[in-house]
Structure formats: C-alpha cells, structure tokens
Design a protein around this ligand. Structure first.
Ligand code: PLP
Length: 419
C-alpha cells in the first residue's frame, strides 16, 4: 500500500513522514474486499506498532512469570519491566508522582473504580454528579449506578448544535450540591475538545472533584494533568496504539489515599487475618490480583513509540487531515456532519439522507474502508441530535489525504445508491 501513498503525502507533510510510520503497523498493510485497507476506526481501537508486539512477545518468551511475588530472577525481571511503565505513564500524563498512577483494564474500569470507591464514600442524598450530554456510556452508567445507590442525583449539562458544551449552563448547574464533575476531555462521537482547565476551575470553586475521561484525548492531545488541575484522569491502552485490556487511572495522591479499596484480593493488602485486613497504600490498594502484565508492558512500549513521534507533531498532522476531510465531506450532497465544534480533533461523524449509518458502513467495507456505524455508546447524545446512529471516520497519524479521497469516493457511491 505504501507505494500508492508516496508523493501524495510528501506534498503535504515533509516533516511528518507518514509513509515510513505506516510501515510500523503491520495490520495497515493488507487488502480488504480486494482493495488496500483504509482504517478509519481509530476512535474505537487504534492499530498496534511492531515495537508493542515485540515487547509483549519478549515478556512471554523470556520473562514470563508473576509480578511482585517472586524472589527468582524471572519474577524480578517481570516486576521490573511492569513497574517501569508506571513512571512512563506519570510522564505521559504530567502527574507529580508515580504513585498516582493505577493500572486498570481501561477507561471503563478506571471510571467504575472511582465511582465505586470515591463516589460511594463521598456521595449522599441530595448530592449531585454533573456530567454532560456528550458522555460515552462508560461515563454515564457507573455514575447512574452509584447515584441510585447513594440517593444522589445525576445532572447533565447540555450542548449546543455544534456539539460544544454550553458553558453558561454548566456554570449554573455546577453548584454547592455538586460533588463530582465527570466529563470527556474529547468526545468520541463528535470530536469536541472540552475546555477542561476552565471546567476544572469552575468545579473546584464549587467544591467538586473532577474526573476526566481521556479515552479519546490521550492519542491526540498533549495531556498534562498538573496543568489542567483535574483530580482523576482515565485512558485506555488500545486507543493509544497499545494492547487491549489495559489502561490507567491518574488520581491525586491525597484523594487516592483516602479512598477505600475497589476489589479485595492478593497484592492490595498490608496484612490479612481472619478478623481484619489492612490495605496497601495507593496505587497497590487498587490493583488486586494478577494484572495483565504483558499488556502493561505493551502499553509502556506504545507510550515510548508515541513519545518518539511526538504527540504534538502527530496532532498537527492530524489537524491538517481533519480540516481536509471536513472540507471534502461538506461538499457531498445530502451529507450532514454531526459535531462541528470549533475545538475538535480526529472525528468525522455524519449522516446521509436516505441511507442508514449501517448501510454506509457496509458499502464502505465493500471498498476496503473501515468506519464505525452506530450510536458509539452515546445513545443520549444521538437523541440530542435526533438521529439513531451516525457513521464515523476517526483519524490517526498514519492516515492520509489519499485515504480521505477513497472515503469520499465511497460516499459518492452510497449517494448514488441511496440519494
Ligand atoms: N470513553 C470514551 C470517550 C470512549 O471513546 C471510550 C471507548 O470508546 C470509553 C470511554 C471506554 O473505553 P474502554 O472501552 O477502553 O474502557
């Protein structure tokens, strides 16, 4: 596939050598439906570079054993490789201490952890959790569950037609009853980047803590939790070019220290008797049981890889690609973009007159183009826009203008069939 793209990308990005980067991702180099794959489903799960696959294979081939519990050499090597990832995530997120990084199964797990520990401990009748209309189900349902259990109320800040948070309404809704503000840094279905520093200031002035769902931000923006000032930040490995089944939660240490455990088991204790158990300090308090060791190691390799490319350089390249894609899609008759925020990254979500999102997805797949079709785990957001589903092309730094042109060609075919 590389040869097809050489030249085209050179015109647009001399400094950012996308053709060479693509060679790091073996899955991109294949045909689907007889045509070179165009992978535009990066918001659901990004592809994995060879260095990540190799790091995981090295663990299984050479160091495979359990962590934190063996005096033997393999266990020590496994523990060292595993624990070396914590400071990498600390740097990646701009956290002050590595003890503020908890390994999780992903964003969903991280949000559930905070809801089930901080939420359960600190919410009571009359308290409020403030979220937004654009949340992924994993930043709605855990709060709904804990609110129900604790007699608290889930409050939703609205968005405008462009898919931006209505800040005046947010300010009004964030009051003395608000105990937790939980929102996406970047919306998965719209691409909207929320003004998280301002939101954090407003929430802190009201006495609330802030959890940011960084699932869609971590691969596309330089994140600095110290600058943002948020209290919790969650992201997933598989969206930052790492493996599935792993992610991390940043939590301010003073908050983590005051939180009860999430799950009970091995590794999270200080001392166990049948009468009573005392718990380990954070982050171990929240990491019961044998973790996904290979995936943590793979995540570390993915963050090294991203650092090598430079998140800022990748973001600049993607911004140009998004702008090109937006112009091209706007020219397609009968196509309506859903999510046109001024601050936006990586997502082109749309509907087309006469064609269901799933038809669009299927026709594009017949041409080797992978997009996501559906509600994107944001059903309340789909309701807000009055659509059952959208088709979504989501970009990564390895995508190209030529691939956008393929998408446009595919959509013209949809229009000719359904328009
Ligand atoms: N939050 C957002 C904004 C997402 O896009 C996703 C996944 O698509 C999640 C949370 C859940 O992430 P995971 O399934 O990796 O836990």
């Amino acid at each position: 596939m590389g040869a097809e793209l050489v030249g085209v990308e050179k015109q647009h990005s001399v400094a950012f050598d996308v053709n060479s980067l693509r060679r790091d991702f073996p899955a991109l180099d294949q045909k689907v439906s007889g045509r070179p794959l165009v992978y535009f489903d990066n918001a659901a799960s990004a592809q994995t570079p060879l260095c990540v696959l190799e790091a995981m294979e090295r663990f299984y081939r050479e160091d495979r054993s359990n962590v934190h519990r063996g005096v033997h050499t393999l266990s020590q090597r496994a523990t060292a490789a595993y624990e070396a990832v914590r400071p990498k995530i600390q740097r990646f997120l701009g956290a002050e201490r590595e003890q503020e990084i908890v390994f999780t199964r992903g964003t969903t797990d991280a949000i559930n952890l905070v809801a089930a520990t901080y939420g359960r401990k600190n919410l009571g009748p009359g308290d409020e959790v403030l979220i937004t209309t654009m949340e992924h189900h994993s930043n709605i349902v855990p709060w709904q569950m804990v609110c129900k259990e604790r007699g608290a109320k889930l409050v939703v800040a609205p968005i405008n037609d462009a898919g931006e948070l209505e800040m005046d309404r947010f300010r009004e809704l964030c009051g003395e009853r608000t105990k937790i503000v939980a929102l996406a840094h970047v919306s998965n279905a719209l691409g909207t980047v929320n003004p998280v520093e301002e939101i954090t200031r407003i929430a802190h002035d009201a006495g609330a803590v802030v959890l940011l769902d960084g699932a869609q931000a971590a691969a596309h923006l330089e994140v600095d939790v110290s600058e943002i000032g948020c209290d919790f930040y969650a992201f997933s490995g598989h969206k930052v070019f790492g493996p599935t089944g792993v992610g991390a939660l940043y939590g301010r240490y003073a908050l983590l220290e005051a939180m009860p455990p999430y799950q009970g088991g091995g590794d999270m204790i200080r001392r166990v008797t049948f009468e009573e158990t005392t718990y380990a300090d954070p982050p171990m308090r929240f990491e019961a049981g044998t973790p996904n060791i290979a995936a943590v190691i793979g995540l570390g390799a993915a963050l090294d890889y991203l650092r090598g490319i430079g998140v800022a350089a990748a973001a600049a390249y993607e911004a140009e690609l998004l702008s090109y894609g937006t112009q091209r899609l706007r020219d397609i008759e009968g196509l309506r973009l859903i999510g046109t925020a001024r601050e936006k990254v990586s997502v082109l979500s749309f509907v087309m007159e006469g064609a269901h999102a799933h038809d669009i997805g299927t026709i594009l797949d017949d041409q080797g183009i992978a997009v996501r079709a559906g509600h994107h785990c944001t059903q309340p957001l789909m309701d807000r826009f009055g659509v059952p589903a959208t088709a979504r092309a989501s970009l990564a730094f390895y995508n190209t203008r030529q691939e956008i042109d393929r998408l446009v060609e595919g959509l013209e075919m949809v229009r000719s069939l359904f328009g």
